[in-house]
Design a binder for this molecule. Structure first.
Ligand code: SF4
Length: 352
């Protein structure tokens, strides 16, 4: 392994200064970065360990409604926070659908947002990969690509974004707070991750040295708590990235869908929010035919990037089922293996 400097700044300002140096990489739990370093994909000159920065590990309820989550909150701590899980059950369900118990205990909120694709060719330095080495090509084209993108991909890159957590967050309009040399700014999470275009080496809208300090969910996002689910289809229920996943959150008034928020995971280089399908659901009475039409609208622009035609119909069915589960009402308690297509949903439905 290439040798590197290790620094542990005591303040956000010091961290930004250190991370702004060429060749620097920000280290939180390292659940993705250390794998990338071991395989030679990432070769930083300097690691900036942000895990000891003060005041980034709180879950704070805002006076005007909504919640602010520090970037260093651990995934498991957020998923098991009772108030958070009650207000944002689909987000908690997505967190518990991700990785393993051990990884969730270590991984941070900010790190989850910044994790990189799990395309196998990206991790294999002997392969051509435009994301790792711009201009080198893409061995996923014509290779093992059955889990690759069906929406928003380009000839340069057909990789998908691996996060479960980000999928309901995008549906619910989460906002990311960022600090950098130019000061503090915020952007919708939906704008943090980039589609590949001709520059797949750039995963996100962050500038060099910028640090995610917090994530916010707006007050209105809790209005979907009574009808919100995250459904993940994976090749191994115990521990695997999504083949496809869907977040569905409905605000139901007098038996009618007043508002719908949807997002798909495992289908593109970013969580995919199908606004057309949301519009189709608004004002309608929930039923299976409506959910199927919404799912067809959500996947209307999908096209295979290789041996993955099956993912289009799988995504339709996953979204339609997530909608049906959401319409039935959020369970009091998510199943032991949340979001599994093999789960049943015992126990009372919530009535809020
Ligand atoms: Fe690299 Fe993207 Fe091609 Fe995978 S799909 S090999 S990440 S360029």
């Amino acid at each position: 392994m290439k040798s590197f400097d290790y620094v542990r700044p005591a303040s956000v300002a010091d961290a930004i200064a250190a991370a702004s140096q060429p060749g620097a990489a920000i280290l939180a739990a390292g659940t993705n970065l250390l794998d990338l370093m071991k395989s030679g994909v990432s070769r930083p000159d300097r690691l900036v360990d942000v895990t000891h920065l003060p005041d980034l590990d709180g879950i704070d309820w805002l006076p005007a409604g909504g919640v602010r989550i520090g970037a260093l909150v651990r995934n498991a701590d957020l998923a098991h926070d009772p108030a958070f899980a009650k207000a944002y059950p689909a987000v908690a369900e997505a967190l518990l659908s991700g990785a393993s118990g051990q990884l969730r205990n270590a991984a941070t909120v900010g790190g989850n947002l910044m994790q990189r694709t799990r395309c196998a060719y990206f991790y294999d330095v002997a392969s051509a990969c435009n994301k790792r080495a711009p201009g080198s090509g893409c061995d996923a084209h014509g290779g093992e690509n059955r889990l690759h993108a069906i929406l928003g991909w380009s000839e340069a890159c057909i990789a998908t974004h691996p996060s479960d957590f980000c999928v309901p967050l995008v549906a619910l309009g989460a906002v990311v707070e960022v600090e950098g040399k130019a000061g503090r700014r915020e952007l919708p999470l939906a704008e943090l991750h980039r589609l590949p275009g001709d520059t797949p080496d750039r995963d996100s809208a962050l500038e060099p040295g910028e640090l995610i300090v917090a994530l916010r969910l707006p007050a209105d996002a809790a209005g979907f708590a009574g009808h919100a689910r995250y459904l993940k289809v994976r090749e191994r229920t115990s521990y695997a990235f999504a083949v496809v996943s869907a977040a569905a959150a409905l605000r139901v008034e007098n038996g009618v869908i007043a508002e719908a928020r949807l997002a798909l995971g495992g289908v593109a280089a970013k969580p995919w929010r199908p606004h057309e399908a949301e519009a189709l659901l608004a004002g309608a009475r929930p039923d299976a035919g409506l959910f199927r039409r919404a799912a067809e609208a959500a996947l209307a622009d999908a096209k295979p990037s290789g041996d993955n035609q099956f993912k289009i119909e799988l995504a339709r069915r996953t979204l339609a089922r997530a909608l049906a589960e959401a319409a039935a009402g959020t369970p009091d308690r998510v199943p032991a293996l949340p979001g599994s297509p093999f789960s049943t949903f015992p126990g009372a439905r919530r009535d809020d």
